[in-house]
Design a protein around this ligand. Structure first.
Ligand code: NAI
Length: 338
């Protein structure tokens, strides 16, 4: 099939017995929604990642073009393209990691929840494919509203009997990336030296930066705390408004997605001490899902860390976050059971 571009197929003079069969050490990764604003730079960055041996690019439009383009990069990963629902299963079989940035993004004036009606159905279909074809894959779910799409994905795999809470990870890394950047600006330091835990969820007040736990240790005035919390919570809206109708964060999101996917792959490889924030099935609060620091390992989120000591500002933020999160989680769960 012409859209099923593979290196070994596209090279008519191939000598066959080269690494191009996907035999190189590394992991097999699929991107669902690979032709989109996030999907394209994400595909490019994953093609550069030395831990990836095979990269499957699936979308309902334009994936052959993106695949041809990315496949010409002289890095190790073998790239294959898949177009449209009939090719979803081929895209998923054998994958170790599936990254999902499929679905519509926000326009000015929209909340992430406004995307629910379209994206819920897309995520449901894609997760049914995962349950059938690669139920043991780690899933990195980017499609918004993450606070509802992760519960949707969980219900789909529960129905299929394949649910593994350790393997379903909602991507909140962009909130951490933004928090590191904005905190570094206030402190006047290099953002690479800063680590800000961001817990809760991925929308408005559910995004809860724990500024009392920033590393390296530092303290903020109330004015700085309020400024930073608001800027981190509204970082997505800042980009949506600046793009003025042309979509939401794509480049910083692709960067954050790769940072998170790379951490997942290093965990799969067996590296120790890999800790990142992600939105997962959790017992850290009374809610069934919550974002917090987790340890990533061979089977996904192997340990979920408690929130640690919170100050009064954070405790009050946590109460607001939990109220909104509870409703978003319930909305996702009932979408599958309605
Ligand atoms: P986009 O519209 O540029 O790309 C979405 C892609 O998904 C398109 O190529 C489209 O053809 C594809 N798609 C639609 N239906 C599909 C299906 N059934 N199967 C496979 N692919 C399908 O949107 P963009 O900017 O890439 O954003 C994608 C999603 O990521 C949005 O829901 C957005 O809200 C979310 N997002 C999440 C962030 C996070 O931090 N978790 C940050 C930024 C965006």
């Amino acid at each position: 099939h012409p859209s099923n571009l593979q290196r070994e197929e596209s090279c008519v003079l191939g000598r066959g017995n080269c690494r191009a069969k996907g035999g190189a050490p590394g992991f097999k990764v699929a991107i669902l929604g690979a032709a989109g604003g996030i999907g394209q730079p994400l595909a490019m960055l994953m093609k550069i990642n030395p831990l990836v041996s095979v990269l499957h690019l699936y979308d309902v439009v334009n994936s052959p073009g993106v695949t041809a383009d990315v496949s010409h990069m002289d890095t190790g990963a073998v790239v294959r393209g898949f177009l449209g629902q009939p090719q979803l299963e081929s895209a998923l079989i054998g994958m170790d990691l599936v990254i999902i940035p499929a679905g519509v993004p926000r326009k000015p004036g929209m909340t992430r929840d406004d995307l629910f009606n379209i994206n819920a159905g897309i995520v449901k279909t894609l997760c049914e494919g995962i349950a059938k074809c690669c139920p043991k894959a780690i899933v990195n779910l980017i499609s918004n509203p993450v606070n509802s799409t992760v519960p949707i994905a969980a219900e789909v795999s529960k129905k299929a009997g394949t649910f593994d809470p350790k393997r379903l990870l909602g991507v909140t890394m962009l909130d951490v990336v933004r928090a590191n950047t904005f905190v570094a600006e206030v402190l006047g330091v290099d953002p690479r030296e800063v680590d800000v835990p961001v817990v809760g969820g991925h929308a408005g007040v559910t995004i809860l930066p724990l500024l009392s736990q920033v590393k390296p240790p530092c303290s903020f005035t109330l004015e700085e705390t309020t400024y930073l919390t608001n800027r981190i919570q509204n970082g997505g809206t800042e980009v949506v408004e600046a793009k003025a109708g042309a979509g939401s964060a794509t480049l910083s999101m692709a960067y954050a997605a790769v940072k998170f996917a790379d951490a997942c792959l290093r965990g799969l490889r067996g590296d120790s001490g890999i800790v990142e924030c992600t939105f997962v099935a959790s017992q850290v609060t009374e809610l069934p899902f919550f974002a917090s620091k987790v340890q990533l390992g061979r089977t996904g989120a192997e340990e979920i860390f408690p929130l640690g000591p919170l100050n009064e500002y954070e405790r009050s933020g946590l109460e607001k976050a939990k109220k909104e999160l509870a409703a978003s989680i319930e909305k996702g769960i009932s979408f599958i059971h309605k």
